[in-house]
Design a protein around this ligand. Structure first.
Ligand code: NAD
Length: 301
């Protein structure tokens, strides 16, 4: 272990937080970790973290505290619980995906008590968390970003300072809103092509190099065949689960409304995924193409 590394408190050792904390340990950071779920504790212990019984203990000696939690309510409640337990000047880095307003509120809570704070949500999923190749989108003060950068680079392949408090979350929900909309649009075009006699292979051949090209098609094609690594080839096992896309689109829809943006497609995408999520929360979000196909068949019958 290198002595110059800051001490890390890590809270939330789930699908994402568990492997992220493990990567910090592997890189020589002393990680004191907490999660209420025994299985997550056991895994973190096996990965070499020092697991403690309370969140307050995990932050007591930390220079940097990383949180990777389910939602904004949990983040704000936990900040309320742990802030007074940390040393003065501790840097709080929240990597959960939460509402922009909650991210700003969490940062304000920390700063009001003499701490420093960044929002640093990620994309790249569980595979990126395990491989240490996440993309971090960071909001907060430049000095705080500079302090967190080496640690974020252990867990991520790309780290972008997006702006002030909450602007990292803004980047995350803008990107995922666009991804949700483009996956729905692509899926509608694929199903229309099917009806008109266009095979998936020919659709891909044309659209992947034409003006309708998108990441959703060329890297994550929602039908089996053209992109062998996409979840469509694996019975739509995630990947990026519909439940998570639905959550992110809900955050985007809230932000559209709160900021007076005429985001009709963003709102509609949130509704479409909410409906799909009722039965298919665990399937990859690209399985929306199967829903569009089924509903189209029902409509014709
Ligand atoms: P998860 O449910 O697997 O993990 C969350 C963990 O937080 C759980 O282990 C839970 O026990 C723990 N937790 C809850 N309350 C706590 C508390 N008070 N103190 C400490 N730990 C607590 O979720 P996940 O998939 O790891 O996602 C975490 C965050 O990352 C979410 O905000 C999610 O939207 C975001 N995210 C997930 C993915 C993904 O592919 N899973 C991708 C990008 C972003």
């Amino acid at each position: 272990m290198t002595t110059e590394n800051p001490k890390v408190g890590f809270l939330g050792l789930g699908h994402m937080g568990g492997p992220m904390a493990a990567n910090l340990v592997r890189a020589g950071y002393a990680v004191v970790a907490f999660d209420p779920v025994p299985a997550a504790q056991d895994q973190a212990r096996a990965d070499g973290a020092s697991v403690v019984a309370t969140a307050a203990e995990a932050v007591a000696e930390a220079d940097i505290v990383v949180t990777m939690l389910p939602n904004g309510r949990v983040v704000l409640d936990l900040y309320g619980e742990i802030l007074s337990a940390a040393k003065p000047g501790t840097l709080f880095v929240d990597s959960s995906t939460i509402d922009v307003a909650d991210a700003v509120a969490a940062a304000e809570l920390a700063v009001a008590q003499g701490y420093r704070a960044l929002d640093a949500p990620v994309s790249g999923g569980v595979a990126g968390a395990a491989a240490g190749t996440l993309t971090f989108m960071v909001g907060g003060a430049p000095d705080d970003f500079a302090q967190a950068l080496p640690l974020l680079e252990v867990m991520g392949g790309k780290v972008v300072h997006c702006g002030g408090a909450g602007v990292g979350q803004a980047a995350k929900i803008c990107n995922n809103m666009l991804l949700g909309i483009s996956m729905i649009g692509l899926s509608e075009a694929i199903v229309l092509g099917e009806k008109l006699g266009l095979t998936h292979e020919k659709f891909f051949d044309v659209v992947s190099t034409a003006s309708g090209q998108s990441w959703a098609l060329t890297s994550y094609c929602p039908v089996p065949g053209p992109v062998p690594a996409s979840p469509a080839n694996n019975d739509y096992r995630p990947g990026f689960a519909t439940a998570l896309m639905t959550k992110d689109l809900g955050l985007a829809a809230n932000a559209l409304a709160a900021n007076g943006v005429d985001g009709q497609l963003g709102q509609l995408a949130a509704q479409i995924y909410q409906r799909f999520n009722r039965d298919e929360a665990g399937r990859d979000f690209s399985a929306i193409v199967t829903d569009i196909r089924t509903r189209s068949e029902q409509e014709q019958a």
